[in-house]
Design a protein around this ligand. Structure first.
Ligand code: C5P
Length: 297
């Protein structure tokens, strides 16, 4: 028997970052939106814990215990006093190390898949608790839709969404290290204010107003990502020149996200971004997207 779980990528439509805390993390007001790019994680009984991965960037995915999918299996197994003997196969479509929570997505998906495979019957609260232990973005991968993350981003309040948003994601060559981007943020922003969600942005989400959302997109990590990867400015310029309503670095980057009017605009902006030579590839997607879900049992 195997269990397959499908899990979405995310974009941060607002990422407000406060000063570094004593524990090294940053307090955030992090508005997450799940988008329709998905990884699938399949859990199959095995003699020991094993990870495999297929997909465009599979060779960049760690297959050892640092993979959040492996850590998810170990944490769930330890809590229930069982051995984490499972083969986790990741079919990867979310850009690797791209600021779209691909690793977090695999952690949430593996957790749900192992829970179903092992019959551990973890409650939603227990699953969310393990997700928060795995990483700041992992609870959102489980929940999907739209949510405000506070604390280090792991304390979620689900947000109402009034419509569909169309996106184009420009995938860069190579990844950016999230801790390195936060360190650069600290260097560039010695007096970061307390982070707060923007009322205009929350209203744009609630009413499904694409133009208003385009005007409210904000990412405090963007100057840091641009400082470490100046060529992202060319990608942002190419997307807006191609007709995107707004462009933003996704999370800690280097993926850039472009909000567009409709599916037709998404196609033409994606084609123009690819033709511009400022990114490796470009992908159209929509939000909202559901959180991690079991596909087969
Ligand atoms: O929680 P996660 O393991 O995904 O975080 C990865 C890194 O990103 C942390 O080690 C930290 O450097 C940085 N981070 C942060 N503040 C947050 C979330 C992440 O500084 N709220």
């Amino acid at each position: 028997m195997s269990i397959t779980v499908r899990v979405p990528a995310k974009v941060n439509v607002q990422l407000a970052v406060g000063p570094a805390r004593p524990d090294g993390f940053h307090d955030l007001a992090n508005v997450f939106l799940a988008v329709s790019l998905y990884d699938e994680v399949t859990a199959t009984p095995a003699d020991s814990l094993r990870i495999t991965c297929e997909g465009p960037d599979a060779e960049q995915v760690p297959l050892d215990r640092t993979n959040l999918a492996a850590r998810a299996a170990e944490l769930l197994a330890a809590r229930h006093g069982i051995a984490p003997d499972v083969h986790l196969h990741i079919a990867k479509d979310i850009p690797v190390a791209g600021g779209m929570a691909g690793g977090s997505a695999d952690g949430a998906a593996a957790l749900l898949a192992c829970d179903a495979l092992w019959g551990t019957g973890a409650s939603r609260a227990e699953l969310l608790d393990i997700c928060a232990e795995l990483g700041s973005d992992v609870p959102f991968s489980l929940v999907g839709g739209a949510a405000l993350g506070t604390g280090r981003g792991e304390q979620l309040t689900e947000l109402p969404l009034g419509g569909t948003f169309h996106w184009v994601f420009a995938v860069a060559d190579g990844g950016l290290s999230t801790p390195a981007v936060y360190r650069e943020f600290d260097r560039l922003t010695p007096d970061a204010p307390v982070p707060e969600a923007s009322p205009a942005l929350l209203e744009a989400l609630r009413t499904g107003d694409t133009t208003a959302l385009a005007g409210a997109l904000a990412n405090d990590l963007q100057p840091a990502a641009l400082s470490l990867r100046p060529s992202l400015a060319d990608t942002l310029a190419a997307g807006t020149a191609a007709g995107a309503l707004a462009g933003i670095v996704s999370g800690s980057g280097p993926t850039t996200a472009f909000l567009v009017k409709d599916a037709e605009a998404a196609e033409s902006v994606a084609a123009a971004l690819i033709a511009s030579g400022t990114c490796r590839t470009a992908r159209a997607a929509t939000s909202p997207a559901p959180g991690a879900r079991v596909l087969t049992a």
